[in-house]
Design a protein around this ligand. Structure first.
Ligand SMILES: O=C(O)CCC(=O)C(=O)O
Ligand SMILES: [Fe+2]
Length: 344
C-alpha cells in the first residue's frame, strides 16, 4: 500500500467532486473517498455536486436572507448578538466582526443547534449552546434555517465518513470519537459591495483566516469573491451552480498532523452587488479533546512555514471548546466578557 504524502506543490483551481455515490449508497464510495482525500491533501478545499440537498430549500433560504438584510439597521438590531449572550447567536452589523484584528466588511447572523433552557449543556452554562435568535418579523425564517441546518448536519456526517475512509480508517472513526453529537454553527453573511476608493489598499469582506473545526460546507450566491491560498498565490473559488464549497478546518489539520490542510481563505466582494454566503461548520463535540490520529505509514511532516495567525494547531492541547473559545474572543472582542469571563 502506498503511503499518503504531504507534497505542497500548490494548486491552480479547487477540485470538483461528484459525491452522489455517498448520498445514494450506489456506486463507488471508495473512489469518491480517494478523490476527497487527494483534495484534502493538495488543496484543503473541494466543491461537491450530487449532494442531494433540496434546491427549493436553498432558494427559500437565500430569498428570506435577502429580505432580512434589506431591512434598516434598527430592525436588524432587534436580535443583536449581545442578546444571544454566551450562546453566541444573533445579528452583528458591518464592521462588528474582526479577522486578524481588522473589521470585516460584512454583516451577518449566527445560529447553532436550537437548544432549550432545560438542555443539560445549557443548564451547565456551556458557552455556544442555547436558543437561537430568529427575526420574528419574517415568516418561515426560523423553519427554513432549522431545516437547512438539519440537511447540512446529515451531509456533514456523510462527508466525515468519507474523509475517514480516505484516511484508511473505519467510516465511523470521527463519529465515534468526535462528531456523533457535533458542534454545529451556521452563519448567514451579507457582504456589501466593496466601495473602497481606488487607493490601492485592499479591504476584505473577511480577511485571511482558517476555519477552526473539522469541516465547513459553504453555500455562496452568484457574486463570487472567495479566494483560497495556494502557497503564496490566491486562487479564486467562483460559484458553480448546484455546488457547495467544502473545506477542512484546523482540528482535522491537527488530527492528521498537517496531512489534510486547513487552508487560508478570504473574501473580497467586487461584484458591485450584495454578496450572500451561508457557511455551515460541522465541528467536534465541544467537550472532546482533539488528538492526532495514529496514521501508520503516513508521512506526517508539516513543511509549512508560519501560519496566518502565528499559532500552531499542532502544539495546542485541550478540548475543541477550549480552542474555539480562544478564537471567539479575538473575532468578537466585545463578547469576550460575556462568553469567556462568566464561564469559570
Ligand atoms: O463567505 C464566504 O464565502 C466564506 C466565509 C468564511 O470563510 C467563514 O465564515 O469562515
Ligand atoms: Fe472561513
Amino acid at each position: 500500500m502506498n503511503s499518503l504524502q504531504v507534497v505542497d506543490e500548490g494548486f491552480s483551481q479547487v477540485p470538483l467532486i461528484d459525491i452522489s455515490a455517498l448520498v445514494s449508497g450506489k456506486g463507488d464510495r471508495l473512489k469518491v473517498a480517494s478523490e476527497i482525500g487527494q483534495a484534502c491533501r493538495e488543496c484543503g478545499f473541494f466543491y461537491i455536486v450530487g449532494h442531494g440537498v433540496d434546491e427549493g430549500l436553498q432558494q427559500r433560504l437565500e430569498q428570506l436572507s435577502r429580505q432580512f438584510f434589506a431591512q434598516d439597521l434598527a430592525t436588524k438590531m432587534a436580535i443583536p448578538m449581545a442578546l444571544g449572550g454566551k450562546a453566541w447567536r444573533g445579528y452583528f452589523p458591518v464592521g462588528g466582526e474582526l479577522t486578524s484584528g481588522k473589521p470585516d466588511i460584512k454583516e451577518g447572523i449566527y445560529f447553532g443547534a436550537e437548544l432549550g433552557n432545560d438542555h443539560p449543556l445549557v443548564q451547565a452554562n456551556t458557552p455556544m449552546h442555547g436558543a437561537n435568535l430568529f427575526p420574528e418579523n419574517i415568516p418561515l425564517f426560523r423553519e427554513t434555517v432549522l431545516e437547512y441546518m438539519e440537511a447540512m448536519t446529515q451531509l456533514g456526517h456523510i462527508l466525515m465518513a468519507s474523509i475517514a475512509l480516505s484516511l484508511r480508517l473505519e467510516a465511523s472513526y470521527f463519529a465515534e470519537r468526535y462528531t456523533s453529537d457535533p458542534l454545529t454553527l451556521f452563519r448567514i453573511f451579507n457582504y456589501p459591495p466593496d466601495l473602497s476608493p481606488a487607493d490601492g489598499k485592499n479591504r476584505w469582506g473577511v480577511g485571511e483566516h482558517t476555519d477552526y473545526g473539522v469541516l465547513t460546507i459553504l453555500k455562496q450566491d452568484n457574486s463570487g469573491g472567495l479566494q483560497v491560498k495556494s502557497r503564496s498565490r490566491w486562487v479564486a473559488a467562483p460559484p458553480i451552480p448546484g455546488s457547495f464549497v467544502c473545506n477542512i478546518g484546523d482540528m482535522l489539520d491537527r488530527m492528521t498532523r498537517g496531512l489534510y490542510r486547513s487552508t487560508p481563505h478570504r473574501v473580497q466582494n467586487i461584484s458591485g452587488c450584495d454578496r450572500l454566503s451561508f457557511p455551515f461548520f460541522f465541528d467536534p463535540n465541544f467537550d472532546v479533546e482533539v488528538k492526532p490520529i495514529p496514521l501508520d505509514g503516513v508521512i506526517t511532516k508539516d513543511d509549512r512555514t508560519e501560519r496566518w495567525d502565528q499559532s500552531s494547531v499542532h502544539d495546542f492541547q485541550g478540548t475543541y471548546g477550549d480552542y474555539v473559545l480562544g478564537k471567539v474572543s479575538k473575532v468578537f472582542p466585545e463578547l469576550r466578557r460575556t462568553v469567556l469571563e462568566t464561564t469559570q
